[in-house]
Ligand binder design. Structure first.
Ligand code: PMT
Length: 306
C-alpha cells in the first residue's frame, strides 16, 4: 500500500477534478455541522458504496469496486435509531454512492398501471421506510451527499472529515475504495475506440493515515478491512489498526460479511459479532449489533478524554 504525507495527499486530491456540486455540498455540510455542534449533538459521518474509476474523461467505461452500499446504508439507519448506548443518538452525514442506491430505490418505486403506464407506486412495504426517511430529513438528522467516482469520493472525504473533526464525531469508513486509478492527464478525453485496450493503472495513495492524523485527529475513526480469505483477516486488520492508528477496525470477509464481523481494538482481544440464521430470519441485521458496539466504545473514548 502506498502511504502518503498530508502534503502529498493535498497534491493528489488537487490533481483530480472536483465534483460539479462541490461548493453546494460544502455549504450544506457546513450548515449541518454548525447546527449540530451548537446543539452539542453527536455526529456520525458514514461512507458507503463503491468508487467508480473512469477510463475516459467523458466517461463511458469505468472500473468499480465491489460494494452494494448496504453496509453503509443500514449502519446509517442504525446510528439514527440507536438508543442502546446513548441518550442522544448521533445525527448522520452519509456520503453515499449514487449509482446503485438512488437508481435501485427509484426502480423499486415504479409500477405498471392497469392502463399500461409506468407510474410511481406507494407500495405498502415501502411506506414505513419512506415516512421514516422523510421524518429524519425534515428533523435535519440526515444529510446525504452523493458521489460516483473515486475523484468525487476523495474530495468529499477530505472536506467532510475536516469539518467534522470533533470528539463528538464518529467517522465510519464503510465505502469500498479503489486501490488503482488512471490519472486525469493520462486519460483519453473521448470514448476509447482502439481495437484492443491495455490499461496501466496507478496506485491510489492510502488516505487512511491522513484521515486520522491530519484531517480528523479529534474524531473517533472506524475503518473497515475487507478480505476474501478469512485465514488472513484478523492479522491484516490488526496490522491496519497499528499502521493507521484508528480507534477501531472492523474486519469482514466478503462471503460472510452479513453474518459475521470482527471488532479489532488496540490492546484488546478481538470481539466477534455474529448474526445467527434465526436472527436473520426474523429480519435482524448485523449492523444493529455492530453500530451498538461502536456507539458504546465511542462513549468510553469521549469519557476517557474528558
Ligand atoms: O456494501 P456491502 O455490499 O454491504 O459490503 C460492505 C463492505 C464489504 C464493502 C464493507 O463492509 C467494507 O469492508 N468496506 C471497506 C472495503 C475496502 O475498501 O477495504 P480495503 O481492505 O480494501 O481497505 C481498507 C480501508 O482502506 C477501507 O476503510 C477503505 O475505505 C480505505 N482505503 C482503501 C483504498 C484506498 N486507496 N484508500 C483508502 O483509504
Amino acid at each position: 500500500m502506498a502511504d502518503c504525507s498530508a502534503l502529498e495527499a493535498e497534491g493528489f486530491i488537487a490533481s483530480l477534478p472536483r465534483p460539479g456540486d462541490f461548493d453546494k455540498a460544502r455549504e450544506n455540510v457546513e450548515h449541518f455541522v454548525a447546527h449540530h455542534a451548537k446543539e452539542g449533538n453527536k455526529l456520525a459521518f458514514v461512507t458507503s458504496g463503491g468508487t467508480m474509476v473512469p477510463l475516459e474523461m467523458n466517461t463511458v467505461r469505468y472500473l468499480d469496486n465491489f460494494s452494494t452500499g448496504s453496509r453503509g446504508a443500514i449502519s446509517a439507519e442504525q446510528f439514527i435509531s440507536n438508543g442502546l448506548c446513548s441518550d442522544i443518538p448521533p445525527q448522520i452525514l452519509l456520503l453515499v454512492t449514487l449509482s446503485q442506491n438512488i437508481d435501485s430505490t427509484q426502480t423499486d418505486l415504479l409500477e405498471v398501471s392497469p392502463s399500461g403506464d409506468v407510474v410511481m407506486t406507494t407500495r405498502e412495504a415501502i411506506k414505513p421506510v419512506l415516512s421514516k426517511y422523510k421524518i429524519v430529513l425534515s428533523c435535519n438528522k440526515l444529510l446525504l451527499i452523493g458521489y460516483s467516482s473515486l475523484f468525487d469520493y476523495v474530495h468529499y472525504l477530505q472536506l467532510i472529515t475536516k469539518l467534522v473533526n470533533n470528539i463528538n464525531s464518529i467517522v465510519f469508513l464503510a465505502a469500498a475504495v479503489s486501490d488503482y486509478y488512471i490519472p486525469p492527464e493520462d486519460m483519453s478525453e473521448h470514448k476509447i475506440s482502439s481495437p484492443s485496450l491495455k490499461l496501466e493503472l496507478q496506485k491510489v495513495p492510502k488516505l487512511l493515515g491522513i484521515v486520522n492524523n491530519d484531517w480528523g485527529p479529534l474524531a473517533y475513526v472506524v475503518s473497515f478491512k475487507l478480505e476474501t480469505d478469512s485465514a488472513v483477516l484478523s492479522e491484516r486488520a490488526r496490522n491496519a489498526l497499528r499502521h493507521y492508528g484508528h480507534q477501531l477496525v472492523i474486519a469482514n470477509t466478503l462471503s460472510t460479511r452479513k453474518s459475521q464481523v470482527l471488532i479489532i481494538e488496540r490492546d484488546k482481544e478481538e470481539v466477534s459479532i455474529v448474526l445467527s440464521p434465526e436472527e436473520a430470519e426474523k429480519g435482524g441485521v448485523i449492523e444493529e449489533k455492530l453500530v451498538g458496539q461502536v456507539c458504546k466504545r465511542h462513549g468510553i473514548y469521549i469519557n476517557g478524554l474528558g
